[in-house]
Design a protein around this ligand. Structure first.
Ligand code: SF4
Length: 214
């Protein structure tokens, strides 16, 4: 059985609690959502079918033990949980970035999940699977991409209404490029004394002209 892979590359982790650390990225093909402002449209269909062993062989040229599986939406492919298990069995620490619409319950608990909660501006907030919140471990993270004050207020409401057990430092608030400035988002967070982490996309600051492979 194979997995459809859009791209594999070695870079610096741009987001999350792991921002700034070297990381291998495995971007899987396909997504079940169609967010406004999606920046990985190229991952909807393009890709190559690879066995799990072929993926392991491809990443073995990098001397790095941190791997992020991203997309697209990685959990729409049946073999993703097997890929995670195999990577871990080969000594890799695995991060999984998921759009928050799929069940994370089948993913082994050593894998660190970075789970989106879609805000209204994405036009996909109806697909948030809030049942995932109770499945989060203390190392997992949730991420809100904030494109407007309405999105910010939505994220704040979700945090107050759900029994979120992960630390505030693992709740990521990302300002959407050209929609909300980091300074604006900082002001909103400070004014509400909100216990969350401002999450900037380092890779877009470092390589502003590259839109893939970073
Ligand atoms: S979930 Fe991610 S890849 Fe899918 S449409 Fe939304 S932004 Fe794009």
């Amino acid at each position: 059985m194979t997995i459809k892979v859009n791209e594999i590359f070695f870079s610096i982790q741009g987001e999350s609690v792991y921002a700034g650390i070297p990381c291998i990225f495995i971007r899987l093909t396909g997504c079940n959502l169609r967010c406004m402002f999606c920046d990985t449209v190229y991952a909807y269909h393009e890709g190559e079918d690879l066995s799990i062993q072929q993926i392991i062989d491809k990443i073995s040229c990098y001397t790095c033990s941190l791997v992020e599986i991203t997309g697209g939406e990685p959990l729409i492919q049946d073999k993703t949980s097997d890929l995670i298990d195999t990577l871990q069995n080969n000594g890799y620490e695995v991060l999984l970035e998921t759009n928050g619409s799929m069940d994370i319950g089948k993913i082994n608990r050593k894998c660190i999940k970075i789970v989106d909660i879609k805000c209204p501006s994405s036009r996909e907030s109806k697909n948030n699977r809030f049942e995932n919140i109770k499945l989060l471990t203390q190392k997992d993270q949730i991420k809100f991409v904030i494109s407007s004050k309405e999105d910010y207020l939505y994220a704040k409401k979700i945090i107050s209404e759900h029994d979120i057990k992960i630390p505030g430092s693992n709740i990521l608030f990302s300002p959407a490029a050209e929609k909300v400035t980091p300074a604006e988002l900082c002001e909103w967070i400070k004014n509400d004394n909100l216990n969350v982490r401002l999450n900037l996309q380092l890779h877009k600051i470092i390589w502003p002209d590259k839109d893939r492979g970073v």
